[in-house]
Design a protein around this ligand. Structure first.
Ligand code: 13P
Ligand code: SF4
Length: 307
C-alpha cells in the first residue's frame, strides 16, 4: 500500500488535519499540513476547522489541541509519545509546591500535563517565555515550571529570581560540552545555536538561543553560515529543506553512539504506519475531563492572547 497516498485520501474523506512537530521523522513532517514549534502548533490547533486533528507530536501537545477544541476528535499515533520534562512535574507534588509558596504567579512551560496547566496562571512556550514573564510586574514573585534550564535562562535574561521547579528534558541534557568544544575546534567558523532547554554551559557557547522555529529562522537569515545545532536532531530535516546551502552539524551527546546526535525517543515512537492507523481507526483519542479542560484552557488562552 502507498501509505502517503492512503493518508492523503483518508484525510480528505474525514476532513482531518495533520499537525507535526519539527522533531518528527522526515516522512511525517513531509506529509503534514503544518509543521511547527509548540506555539505555532497550538495556534494552528486553535484556528483549524477540520473535524479531526491528527497530532504528530507528543502527548502534552495533543492534549493542548484537545483543550482548545473539546468538540473535535484529537488522535495521537502512539499514546507512548510522552515527555520526560512533562513527567518531571507530577500534579500532586506541584500543587503542594504552589501551596508552600503562596502569593506567587504560576507560569508553566507548555511541556506539562493538563492537570499541571490547570494549576497554572499562564502558560508559555520557548518562543514566548521571555514575553510572558515580562508581562508580569517586576515585583511580583513567580513560580516557573517545569524546566529548570529554561527558567534559569529567563532569570538571567530578565534579572528576576523566579522560583524554579527542578525538571528537565533528557534529550537537551544529553549534550556534551567537551565534545561540543571539540567539534567547534574543528569548525571554528561555525555558529552554535541552541534550544533553551539545554544546560547553562551549553547555552553559554551559543550565538543564538531560541525555540525550534526560532532556530530555523536564524539559519534562514544566515544561509551562508555553518551551524552546530543543539536541539533534537529531527529539526535538521526542516533546516535542510528550507536552507539547502547551509552546513549543519548536530551537537554531539555524551553517549558514544554512532548517531552522536540527540534524538527524542518519545517523539520517535510515532511512525507513518501508526499515523495511518490512528486516522483510519480514529484511535487512540486524547480525552481530557471537563473540569481539568476548563481550568487548563484559561492559562493557555492567556498565552495565545499575549502571543
Ligand atoms: P519548541 O518546538 O516549542 O521549541 O519545543 C521544543 C520541545 O522540546 C518540544 O517538546
Ligand atoms: Fe519532551 Fe525533551 Fe522530547 Fe521535547 S525533546 S518532547 S521536552 S523529552
Amino acid at each position: 500500500m502507498d501509505l502517503k497516498k492512503a493518508i492523503h485520501n483518508l484525510k480528505k474523506e474525514k476532513n482531518a488535519v495533520i499537525l507535526a512537530h519539527y522533531y518528527q521523522y522526515p516522512e511525517i513532517q513531509n506529509i503534514a499540513d503544518y509543521v511547527g514549534d509548540s506555539l505555532g502548533l497550538s495556534q494552528k490547533a486553535a484556528e483549524t476547522d477540520a473535524d479531526i486533528i491528527v497530532f504528530a507530536g507528543v502527548h502534552f501537545m495533543a492534549e493542548t489541541a484537545k483543550i482548545l477544541n473539546p468538540e473535535k476528535m484529537v488522535v495521537l499515533p502512539d499514546l507512548n509519545a510522552g515527555c520526560s520534562l512533562a513527567d518531571s512535574c507530577p500534579p500532586e507534588a506541584f500543587e503542594k509546591f504552589i501551596e508552600a509558596h503562596p502569593g506567587h504567579t504560576v507560569i508553566t512551560y507548555v511541556n506539562c500535563s493538563a492537570e499541571v496547566k490547570a494549576l497554572t496562571d499562564i502558560v508559555c512556550t520557548s518562543s514566548n517565555a521571555l514575553k510572558i514573564v515580562e508581562s508580569i510586574p517586576k515585583d511580583q514573585p513567580i513560580i516557573f515550571a517545569p524546566d529548570r534550564n529554561l527558567g534559569k535562562y529567563i532569570n538571567k535574561k530578565t534579572g528576576r529570581d523566579m522560583l524554579l521547579w527542578d525538571g528537565s528534558c533528557v534529550v537537551h541534557e544529553a549534550f556534551s560540552l567537551e565534545k561540543l568544544l571539540q567539534v567547534y575546534k574543528k569548525n571554528p567558523n561555525a555558529l552554535i545555536i541552541a534550544h533553551p532547554e539545554s544546560e547553562e554551559h551549553i547555552l553559554k557557547t551559543a550565538t543564538y538561543i531560541g525555540s525550534t522555529a526560532g532556530m530555523i529562522n536564524f539559519v534562514k537569515q544566515n544561509p551562508k553560515e555553518k551551524f552546530i545545532v543543539a536541539t533534537e536532531a529531527g529539526i535538521l530535516h526542516q533546516m535542510k529543506k528550507e536552507v539547502p546551502e547551509a552546513e549543519l552539524i548536530p551537537a554531539p551527546t555524551q553517549e558514544d553512539n554512532t548517531c552522536a546526535c540527540s534524538e527524542c525517543a518519545y517523539m520517535k515512537v510515532n511512525t507513518l504506519q501508526k499515523l495511518y492507523d490512528c486516522l483510519l481507526n480514529e484511535s487512540p483519542q486524547i480525552e481530557v475531563s471537563k473540569e481539568i479542560r476548563e481550568r487548563a484552557l484559561i492559562p493557555i488562552q492567556r498565552m495565545l492572547d499575549l502571543s
